[in-house]
Design a protein around this ligand. Structure first.
Ligand SMILES: [Zn+2]
Ligand SMILES: [Zn+2]
Length: 338
């Protein structure tokens, strides 16, 4: 797919929306995947789209009926806006709303732009001690909060995290903040393992070689017991298989990384040991929690930012994100001109 920047007119906020002067935006693996493959999960590109869904901005204009924000407020954008009317929304599972409209999910444009309009209800005001880059990282941190909540991470949990990309590392930081006692992070890429160690992961394990059975027993040795919770963030079928075999009886595996649709996994073994397989999609009311984790200093996301680009160098930034194996973790694009 062709990736380029273009000039567009500045959008005007509709009722209930605010216009944002965009500040910082993180590049996500899904953005890169979209660019390279033109599709992801059940979304296919049929016309050009603006990428970007991990972003912060400053309110530059208020649409009608907006009362919760003022011009000049700095906000983190919660990109997926549900209908707020259906049964799922009313039950508080708004991430599963079938009418959900999300930044950079066809046909809706993303927010890698100078200006963007978004539902004021889904903009989260940032306090003075949280900067715009941290604001941008609230989105992937919310993914981690939701995954840890789905997994039931609590004080004393023993956790396996498969994959040391940005989401895996944010799951690590979140699980630790939620009180997990032992956490093992597995990864195939040596640079990423090194980086995980650098941000404080004690138990790292290379899963580059070895059968899933061998790796499961290495994970048990590393943690001193089998994990009660496994959070699969690599999207790799082998990673999922490792998680299923490694998780202790009665535990659970949360699937965060996007797996292919058809995967061969040890289902019977998992079922007979009552290991629950749990899906995880985006976040539900997680932005306030993610923000609290940052404000209270329980999670520091700043070390995850390894590279920064300007908006006009976006193509270079995406090429960098695509090459990936140089130890880069989170690449941030600064959208504002100053
Ligand atoms: Zn993302
Ligand atoms: Zn809904």
């Amino acid at each position: 797919m062709n990736l380029h920047s273009e000039n567009r007119s500045i959008p005007e906020p509709g009722p209930g929306e605010v216009q944002l002067r965009m500040q910082d935006a993180g590049i996500c693996a899904t953005d890169v995947h979209f660019w390279k493959n033109g599709e992801i999960a059940n979304f296919t590109l049929t016309s050009p789209i603006c990428l970007g869904h991990e972003a912060s901005g400053v309110v530059s204009k208020l649409g009608q009926e907006v009362t919760n924000l003022a011009v000049g407020d700095r906000v983190a954008v919660e990109p997926a806006v549900p209908c707020q009317m259906c049964v799922l929304c009313k039950r508080g599972r708004y991430n599963l709303c079938r009418e959900l409209r999300s930044c950079a999910k066809p046909p809706i444009d993303g927010n890698l732009a100078n200006y963007y309009c978004h539902s004021a209800n889904f903009c989260h005001k940032l306090p003075d001690n949280v900067n715009n880059e941290e604001g941008a990282l609230l989105e992937p941190l919310s993914v981690a909060v939701h995954a840890c909540q789905r997994a039931g991470v609590r004080i004393d949990s023993t956790v396996l995290i498969s994959g040391a990309g940005p989401i895996g590392l944010l799951c690590y930081l979140t699980a630790k903040a939620m009180g997990a006692k032992q956490i093992c992070v597995t990864e195939v890429d040596d640079n990423r393992l090194k980086f995980a160690k650098k941000i404080g992961v004690h138990h790292t394990l290379s899963v580059k070689s070895g059968t899933s059975e061998e790796l499961a027993s290495q994970i048990e040795t590393t943690l001193g017991q089998r994990p009660e919770i496994s959070i699969e963030c690599s999207g790799n079928p082998t990673g999922l298989r490792n998680c299923m075999l490694a998780t202790g009886n009665g535990g659970c595996v949360v699937m965060v990384g996007l797996q292919p649709d058809d995967v061969t996994v040890p289902l019977l073994d998992t079922a007979l040991r009552e290991v629950d397989i749990i899906g995880s999609l985006r976040y539900v009311n997680c932005f306030p929690i993610a923000l609290a984790l940052i404000v209270t200093g329980k999670v520091d996301v700043k070390p995850l930012i390894t590279h920064r680009y300007k908006l006009e160098d976006s193509v270079k930034a995406f090429e960098h994100a695509h090459s990936m194996h140089d130890g880069s973790v989170k690449i941030i694009i600064h959208c504002d001109q100053d």
